[in-house]
Write a protein that binds this ligand. Structure first.
Ligand SMILES: Nc1ncnc2c1ncn2[C@@H]1O[C@H](COP(=O)(O)OP(=O)(O)O)[C@@H](O)[C@H]1O
Ligand SMILES: [Mg+2]
Length: 426
């Protein structure tokens, strides 16, 4: 350590050769590398050519005084970090304020107190060393931070992709059903139309001939071919098509409401619409083994980022479904309850959305870690452990919070609290 320290270079700038000699001798004896020059401009050139670790700078010099030299050094990006210690005769009217203002770190006075001069130089060399170390660490930390941010945004994107996957599956499932009955109904209709065309032909013949036997033949034909049932079926099939088409329209509307791609800004929305569309898109995961109970309270429009709020609801409701499915044995009373309300707290009005499930509950030892990024108890491929951490970030962005607890009976509860803008709604 000592040997290392003593390899540091000191540049001494002093126009009095006698002073230089004393200083050179003093620091060389201590093992430092010493360079000495006799004018300010030479000092600057020497520092530029090969930056020293510290500079001892005489204040009173002809041509360019120490303060001016120091100012120039401090303006140079590569040299500005080098500590400058001023040398001044005790008899000089030495202006300490200017010395620090120009960027000096300390001063020593002539005649030199050897121990003092050495101590000051050592101290500033050590400080400089630590400062450099800090700069390197700082640089490394900044690099690490940038990499982390990059990784985080990639992860957030992959989490978005994951919810997109759930979403796509939902849409595919939801649209598939109505499409299939539109398809089969269309087949049925076209078969019936063949019959009605034939019937029409027979009517035409009848009217042409006005023949009693033909009339008889016609009613037999109608009866044999279940005329009235066919009429009913045709009505039903047509209603099915209409119904299917309406359902597709509903799904597409929900999807738009859920994604709200066109609404990037914060705006006041009816949260119940977001909950409903999220539930519809999760219907394929919920299916008929889980009952969904909505207990909606009278909440006013809430200022929020609609698509992000949908993402939160999707995450929390998906977790509730997973928790129910993870039970050893599912009963026929599995339920997800969504309750909304308005509360007054801390002098403000808040909207609450509580999502409770009858799932396996949250093990006590993970309740504090659940919101950490990457925390998951699900098998690889099923969960990334980002749902809750992203959700709580989103809710915090809205000025609200998410809290989780276990219910007394089996199951968990997630409570989202969002601020309601005051004057308009209270
Ligand atoms: N409703 C719930 N019931 C029980 N445990 C839950 C519930 N919601 C979340 N958890 C626990 O919190 C963990 C983290 O959830 P999350 O951040 O959404 O990540 P992931 O769903 O990918 O595991 C889950 O793995 C699970 O252990
Ligand atoms: Mg999740």
């Amino acid at each position: 350590m000592e040997a290392d320290q003593n390899k540091e270079t000191i540049l001494i700038v002093d126009d009095t050769p006698a002073n230089l000699e004393v200083l050179i001798h003093l620091f060389q004896k201590e093992g430092y590398k010493v360079r000495a020059v006799t004018s300010g401009s030479m000092g600057i050139r020497s520092a530029e050519h090969d930056p020293p670790d510290i500079i001892l700078l005489d204040v009173n010099m002809p041509e360019m005084n120490g303060f001016e030299v120091c100012r120039i050094l401090k303006q140079n990006e590569t040299l500005s970090g080098i500590p400058v210690i001023f040398i001044s005769a005790l008899t000089d009217t030495f202006d300490k304020v200017t010395a620090f203002e120009t960027g000096g770190v300390d001063f020593i006075s002539k005649p030199f107190q050897i121990a003092e001069a050495l101590a000051r130089v050592r101290t500033h060399l050590a400080l400089r060393k630590y400062q450099r170390l800090l700069e390197i660490r700082n640089y490394d930390l900044n690099q690490a931070l940038a990499q982390l941010k990059e990784a985080q945004s990639q992860l957030i994107n992959s989490e978005k992709m994951a919810s997109l996957g759930v979403l796509t599956a939902g849409i595919a499932h939801e649209i598939n059903n109505p499409i299939s009955f539109i398809y089969t109904s269309s087949l049925g209709i076209s078969k019936n139309i063949d019959f009605f065309l034939e019937l029409q032909k027979k009517y035409e013949e009848l009217f042409e001939q006005c023949d009693g036997s033909k009339i008889q033949e016609l009613s037999v034909f109608k009866e044999q071919n279940d005329f009235s049932e066919r009429m009913d079926e045709l009505k039903l099939l047509t209603a099915n098509i209409v119904n299917g088409a309406q359902r597709i329209t509903g799904i597409v509307q929900s999807l738009r409401r859920f994604a709200r791609i066109d609404e990037a800004d914060m705006k006041e929305i009816d949260i119940h619409e977001n909950i409903d569309s999220t539930l519809l898109l999760l219907q394929h995961k919920i299916n008929n083994r889980i009952r969904v109970v909505k207990e909606y309270g009278p909440i006013p429009p809430i200022p929020c980022y609609p698509a992000r709020l949908s993402q939160v609801l999707m995450n929390i409701i998906s977790n509730a479904i997973d928790a129910i499915e993870a039970k050893k044995e599912m009963t026929d009373r599995e339920q997800i309850t969504i309750t909304t309300n308005v509360i007054e707290s801390n002098g403000s009005t808040w909207a609450t959305i509580e999502i409770t499930d009858t799932g396996k509950g949250i093990p006590e030892n993970i309740i504090g870690k659940m919101f950490d990024p990457f925390f998951t108890t699900k098998p690889v491929g099923k969960g990334m452990g980002l749902g809750l951490s992203i959700s709580s970030n989103i809710i915090r962005e809205h000025g609200g919070m998410v809290e989780a607890k276990n219910l007394e009976q089996s199951g968990a509860s997630f409570l989202i609290t969002l601020p309601v803008q005051k004057p308009e709604y209270v």
